[in-house]
Write a protein that binds this ligand. Sequence first.
Ligand code: IMP
Length: 430
Amino acid sequence: MPTLVIVGAQWGDEAKGKLVDVLGSKADLVVRYSGGNNAGHTVIVGGKEFRFHLIPAGILHPGVTAVLGSGMVVCPKGLLEEYDRTRAAQPELGRLAVSKAAHVVFPYHRTLDALEEQAKGENKVGTTSRGIGPAYQDKASRIGIRIGEFVHPDVFRERLREVLAYKNRMLQLFGGEPMEFEALYEEYSAYAERIRPWVEETDVLIQEAVASGKRVLFEGAQGSMLDLDCGTYPFVTSSHPVAGGACLGTGVGPRAIDGVIGVCKAYTTRVGSGPFPTELLDETGEWIRTQGHEYGTTTGRGRRCGWLDLVVLRHTARVNSLSGLVVTRLDVLSGLDAVQVCTSYRLQGREIGFVPSNTFELAEVEPVYQTVPGWSEDLRPCRRWEDLPAAARTYLEAMESFTGVPIAAVSVGPDREETIVVRPELLWGG
Ligand code: IMP
């Protein structure tokens, strides 16, 4: 199983960073395939905390090539800041490669992100305001500037002049200030100079790695429920966090993918707006937020918290064809007498077992819960399946049987060691 995709199986923030780090240490290539610096992965290595938004966490391993794939949108300033910060904390890093076909995020994208949100009023998406949506809009409108053009001074000058004239009209339409060409060109040309040595034909690099049987880890960002097509549209991001996105955003076909690991929390969280059937607006929700330190890595916003939604999990198991589940933050639930899990929805008097694709219907559903016994033990010292309390094992078994996906590992704390590997064969040996 040399190629693996890691995806978020809920609304993002499933604590994928640790798994990506552990598997990244065994990979030849670690590849991000969608999104931009709206993502946030926290990795703790040797007591040091690293925060990544754009660069695959695999860069911490000197033998690894960390790739920013063609499906991404890249903020050059953010990339350089992140690289310099990581390098200062750990001088020896893996190699960085940036796709020529990835798109560049410019300041006008960030400004338009904020202005569009304002214009949406009550229906705002609650974006991370990193300009991600507007950058993908430009890609779909076929006016985006790609990294390969960006690092070519003459081509960049010409493209920026053309696009900025258009964007300035948009900015003014939304009540914003137009941006000055020369200042923007000068600032961004300096970033391009530094980024140029990393830029290459990453699709070919990845295709050749796959063909020669190297280990390639495709690092998903965000979560499947935030996917533009498979998620809760329009309260989604503008890219494809699902496993299919790993093909679209790196240049390989579906048969190049050997396994897909879905990461999910033992409960559910969401940031930004949009329906969330199992959300808890009471003191239990507050308790989960406090116990789990549920605040965003990218924006610092408090996350909305709720019970585990198995209907959502089965949906994401199917759209990603998951081969294994990694359950994170099981330790957070310790101390509850009883835990609820949602096993179906009630919609207009009917019971349904799927996520309706009309988001206005999902907003209306009432979750149907099953109550299962909780546990009080501290799970952080547990290292083997047998160490877990019986109630926690029953909870995990219910996740497996409902989704039909075997549990590969369980995380019981932020440290690398605080992990129970249940089926190492699903995870390159664990
Ligand atoms: P955007 O990706 O900034 O356009 O935001 C669109 C939606 O996706 C908002 O609800 C964001 O809160 C959400 N989102 C984007 N990135 C992440 C992430 O890494 N974790 C969780 N939610 C995210």
